[in-house]
Design a protein around this ligand. Structure first.
Ligand code: CP
Length: 312
C-alpha cells in the first residue's frame, strides 16, 4: 500500500489485513502502562489539518507516538497557508523537510488525491483524514473494527447509516467498506439529504427509520453537517429528531445485540438521545479507542511493512 486515499481502493483482503493488524496491535498493547513500540523509530509523520478535528488528529498523533515515530502537527491557521501558500507548495515543503507520511484533512473533495499526485516520486505516503464530502477512510476502518469486535464477521449483517448522507464523507467511506466486507447497508434519510445518483450505490434506501429498526445488527447515526449546508434541508432540528433521531423508543425497538455507532462529534438530543449514546449498546467510546489502533495499523502498513518484507 502506497497511500490510503479512499475505502473505494480497498478490496476485502486489503481491508481485512488492516483490521487484523489493528486488532493484533491492540492485543500487543493491552494492559501495558508503557505504550511504546519501536516499529516506526526514525520515521516522520506530519499531520496537516485545514478543518477542525479532535478524534482523528489526536489518534493519528498517538498512533505515531505509540510506534516511536516523530509526529509533527500543522494547522492551517498557524502555518504559511495563512500567508497564501498553496496546498501544493505546502505539500512539497513538508516532503522536502523529511515527511515519510502526510496525514491531510481538507475541505475540498479530492484534496488528498491531488496531494498524492504532487508527492509522486518523493517517497512520501499520503493518508486522507477526510476530504470535503468525499471520503474519510480511516473513520470507516475504525467503524468496521468496532463492528467486528462486537458482532464478529460482517457477512450478511444489516447496517443502517442514518441522517445527513448527502454531506457525509463517513457515509461514503462506510458504504464502500461495509459492502466489501459483506454487510448489507441501508441508507435512511429524508430525500433532501441523499446525494444524486445514490440509486447506483450498493445499498438500499429508506426514508422511514422506524420501519428498519427491528432488522438491524447496527445503526450508525451521522452528524448533521450544518457547516456544509447552504439552505434548509429539513424544517427544524426538532422535526429532524422526530423523524431521524435515535430516541430511547427507537433504541428499544432494535434487536438486543444491535450496536449503536456515531462518528462524533454528536449532537445529543437531535441525532441521538443522550441516554442512548451512553447505554451499553452504544460503541461510541470503543470507536474512539479503536481509532488509535486502526491508525497505527495504517501507518505500519504504509511505513514499516514494506521495509520489513525487503529485509527478510
Ligand atoms: N469523526 C471525526 O472525524 O471526528 P473529528 O472531526 O473530531 O476528527
Amino acid at each position: 500500500m502506497k497511500h490510503l486515499l479512499a475505502t473505494a481502493d480497498l478490496d476485502r483482503a486489503g481491508a481485512t489485513q488492516l483490521l487484523d493488524t489493528a486488532m493484533s496491535l491492540q492485543q500487543n498493547l493491552l494492559g501495558k502502562q508503557v505504550r511504546k513500540l519501536p516499529t516506526l523509530r526514525g520515521r516522520t509523520v506530519i499531520t496537516v489539518f485545514y478543518e477542525n478535528s479532535t478524534r482523528t488528529r489526536v489518534s493519528f498523533e498517538l498512533a505515531g507516538k505509540w510506534m516511536s515515530a516523530d509526529v509533527v502537527n500543522v494547522s492551517a491557521g498557524g502555518s504559511s497557508v495563512g500567508k497564501g501558500e498553496s496546498l501544493r507548495d505546502t505539500a512539497l515543503t513538508l516532503a522536502a523537510a523529511g515527511a515519510d507520511c502526510v496525514v491531510l484533512r481538507h475541505p475540498a473533495s479530492g484534496a488528498a488525491h491531488r496531494l498524492a499526485e504532487w508527492l509522486d516520486g518523493t517517497g512520501t505516503a499520503v493518508v486522507n483524514a477526510g476530504d470535503g464530502m468525499h471520503e474519510h477512510p480511516t473513520q470507516a476502518l475504525l467503524d468496521a473494527a468496532t463492528l467486528r469486535e462486537r458482532l464478529g464477521d460482517l457477512d450478511g449483517r444489516r447496517v443502517a447509516i442514518v441522517g445527513d448522507v448527502l454531506h457525509s464523507r463517513v457515509a461514503r467511506s462506510n458504504v464502500h467498506l461495509l459492502s466489501a466486507l459483506g454487510a448489507d447497508v441501508v441508507l435512511v434519510a429524508p430525500p433532501t439529504l441523499l446525494p444524486v445518483g445514490v440509486e447506483s450505490w450498493p445499498v438500499t434506501v429508506s426514508h422511514t427509520l422506524d420501519a428498519e429498526l427491528s432488522e438491524l445488527d447496527a445503526v450508525m447515526m451521522l452528524r448533521v453537517q450544518a457547516e456544509r449546508m447552504h439552505g434548509a434541508f429539513f424544517p427544524s432540528a426538532r422535526e429532524y429528531a422526530r423523524s431521524f433521531g435515535l430516541t430511547e423508543a427507537r433504541a428499544a425497538a432494535l434487536p438486543d445485540h444491535a450496536v449503536v455507532l456515531h462518528p462524533g462529534p454528536m449532537l445529543r438530543g437531535m441525532e441521538i438521545a443522550s441516554t442512548v449514546a451512553d447505554t451499553p449498546s452504544s460503541a461510541i467510546t470503543e470507536q474512539v479507542r479503536n481509532g488509535v489502533h486502526v491508525r497505527m495499523a495504517i501507518l505500519y502498513h504504509l511505513l514499516a511493512a514494506a521495509t520489513e518484507e525487503d529485509e527478510t
